[in-house]
Design a protein around this ligand. Structure first.
Ligand code: ADP
Ligand code: MG
Length: 624
């Protein structure tokens, strides 16, 4: 690559008068020279004058577009180009190869004397010109300079000539001589002419043909036109090919960039996720920090509180210490007092001990005195015992006397007992007589009973009594229906609604109880029947009458006083009375039943069931 670079430097040195790099210059030195594109444009302009100005609009201000213009010329010629990036910072070898290809192409075109090398050989491989051996830079430069200025070998002059060949004024084409046209067609001026010039020729010919209404255009001009159009077609096809190549290159690059963009997008996504995670973590850390701050605040508050408490404790401690001091002082005083007191007490006790000793001696003396006194007493007691003994002897004698007299009394008693026994046996005999008499009494009693009940039977087994109720308070006392009550149970009832005989009616009962008759009087006629019950006869008492006629009054009574008692109470009272009187001879069991018959239904009036006795009694019945 070093040799190839030296070749290019050699060639450029010959071509451009201001180019003065030494042959052994580095890649970077060459890059510095070529980077702004002007040297490249000069080269192109020198090799093919007007090629940049005519087709591509001349030099541009910035270096990149200069380089691009040069590259487009190279591309148009079908030579291998290079990337702008390589020129700016990459390998210089592609630039070196491009320039050498340009050199070889231009020199080959001249050497072979080809009229349209670009059209016929668009990508013709060009053998590099060998530069065997080492040559001094000066020699190379001279050679290069000579090469550049040589009119035979430089395409620069022929290009200029071609340009001049196509400079016409309007309305001249038809008048062109055949020689001039053949020069234009045959020479390589057609190839070297800028496309703009060729188009100007075509337009000019067509304008002239329009202006000349008879359409008389010479054959030679038509021929020129065809050649020019062919040349233009050819160039267009080359450009199209080139554009296609460029398109494919651009497409592959686009694909590359797309994949790169995708990679970058995934990277960006990844970094976004990481960012989010980092933000989350940051927030967590913030929350933690706020918590820690709160805890720290609480801790500080606790500290303050504890400090205060400590101060309080210290205060209490000092207070307690002072109290302790006071207490210890008090205790000291108290101890001293106590010591004093104990000493006093000791003195007092010694005094008391002495007193006690004194008392002891005194009491000893007293004991002696008592002992003497007791001796005297014992003498006295022995005297008394003697007198008692003599008294006892007297007593014994008198007891003997008493025994003798008691024995005599016993004998008397025995005699009396014997006498009583005799008398009692006599009484037994008398009693036998009495028992016989009593047995006779029982017999008489039974006969009495029999007779009593026979009397009752004679009075009638069924008896019907009538009781007339007095008027109730508020009733008209004058409108009584009872006209007359006879002695033997007759009663005359008047009926004022009927006349004559039918106005009166006579009834006969066993007995009539008038209005003034008391409860006791009513019962007096029933009383004998109660005795019959206890003698074993069955008795039944009925009360019969319409509601309000006085059944309950007669049977139970209006009140609880003894006078108010009705037949029921009085009968039971007599039953228990008689059974009590006869309790030595008979024992009775009493059962009581009380029922009512109302609407032919029997009801137990003593039942606890309220429903049983609720209704008004129409007929009352009592039995034992
Ligand atoms: P009953 O039981 O037949 O329906 P009561 O015995 O209840 O009738 O008598 C009805 C009313 O007549 C009661 O106020 C009662 O005190 C009164 N009465 C019934 N008989 C007499 C009487 N002999 N003397 C006074 N008042 C009586
Ligand atoms: Mg009643």
């Amino acid at each position: 690559s070093h040799d190839r670079r030296a070749e290019v430097i050699d060639w450029l040195g010959g071509l451009l008068p201001e180019f003065d790099l030494p042959l052994d210059s580095s890649d970077e030195e060459l890059r510095e020279y070529l980077i702004d594109g002007t040297a490249l444009c000069y080269t192109a302009d020198k090799l093919m004058p007007g090629v940049l100005e005519g087709v591509w609009g001349g030099y541009a201000s910035d270096h990149r577009s200069n380089v691009k213009k040069f590259l487009s010329v190279i591309a148009e010629m079908g030579l291998p180009g290079f990337s702008v990036k390589d020129l700016e910072e990459g390998s210089m070898s592609s630039i070196v190869e491009c320039l050498l290809a340009l050199r070889d192409n231009v020199s080959a075109g001249l050497g072979e004397n080809m009229s349209n090398y670009a059209a016929k050989t668009p990508s013709r491989p060009v053998a590099p010109v060998s530069t065997p051996g080492r040559r001094s830079p000066g020699e190379d430069r001279r050679r290069g300079l000579w090469d550049a200025k040589s009119p035979q070998r430089s395409p620069l002059l022929s290009g200029q000539k071609a340009n001049e060949v196509f400079q016409f004024k309007r309305g001249q084409y038809t008048d062109l001589p055949a020689a001039k046209i053949s020069e234009m067609i045959q020479s390589n001026s057609l190839d070297n002419a800028p496309t703009q010039s060729l188009l100007r020729v075509v337009n000019g010919i067509l304008d002239e043909s329009i202006e000349r209404k008879r359409g008389e255009i010479p054959h030679r001009v038509v021929y020129l036109l065809r050649n020019v159009v062919q040349e233009i077609e050819h160039r267009i096809s080359i450009q199209a090919e080139h554009i296609r190549n460029q398109n494919s290159i651009i497409k592959t690059r686009e694909d590359k960039y797309r994949s790169k963009i995708k990679a970058l997008e995934t990277l960006v996504n990844g970094t976004n996720e990481e960012n989010e995670m980092a933000i989350n973590r940051l927030e967590l850390v913030k929350v933690e920090k706020s918590k820690i701050d709160e805890r720290r605040k609480i801790g500080e508050q606790d500290m303050v509180r504890l400090m205060r408490e400590k101060e309080n404790a210290e205060n209490t401690v000092t207070n307690l210490q002072q109290e302790i001091q006071v207490m210890s002082r008090m205790f000291e005083e108290y101890r001293e007092q106590m010591e004093e007191k104990t000493s006093q007490m000791e003195e007092h006790l010694t005094l008391r001990a002495k007193e006690a000793e004194f008392l002891l001696t005194q009491s000893k003396k007293r004991v002696e005195e008592v002992e003497t006194a007791s001796e005297l007493q014992s003498q006295l007691w022995s005297k008394k015992a003697n007198t008692f003994r003599s008294f006892m002897d007297n007593q014994k004698l008198s007891i003997k006397d008493i025994r003798i007299s008691s024995q005599s009394i016993k004998q008397e008693m025995f005699a009396l007992q014997m006498k009583w026994r005799d008398e009692i046996s006599n009484i037994g005999l008398d009693l036998k007589g009495l028992v016989d008499a009593a047995e006779n009494y029982h017999g008489v009693l039974a006969e009495n009973q029999k007779l009593f009940n026979e009397v009752q039977e004679l009075k009638g087994n069924i008896r019907v009594y009538c009781r007339v109720r007095p008027f109730l308070p508020g009733q008209d006392g004058k409108s009584t229906a009872v006209d007359y009550i006879g002695e033997n149970g007759e009663i005359l009832i008047s009926n004022p609604s009927k006349q004559g005989k039918d106005g009166y009616r006579m009834f006969k009962f066993n007995k009539i109880f008038n209005t003034h008759v008391s409860q006791a009087e009513v019962f007096s006629d029933i009383q004998p029947l109660i005795r019959s019950v206890l003698d074993g006869f069955n008795v039944c008492i009925f009360a019969y009458g319409q509601t309000g006629s006085g059944k309950t009054y007669t049977m139970s009574g209006p009140g609880k006083s003894k006078e108010d008692w009705g037949v029921n109470y009085r009968a039971l009272n007599d039953l228990f009375d008689i059974s009590l009187k006869r309790r030595n001879t008979f024992s009775y069991e009493v059962e009581v039943q009380m029922v009512e018959i109302y609407n032919e239904q029997v009801r137990d009036l003593l039942s606890n069931d309220i429903a049983q006795k609720r209704n008004t009694r129409y007929l009352e019945y009592f039995s034992t």
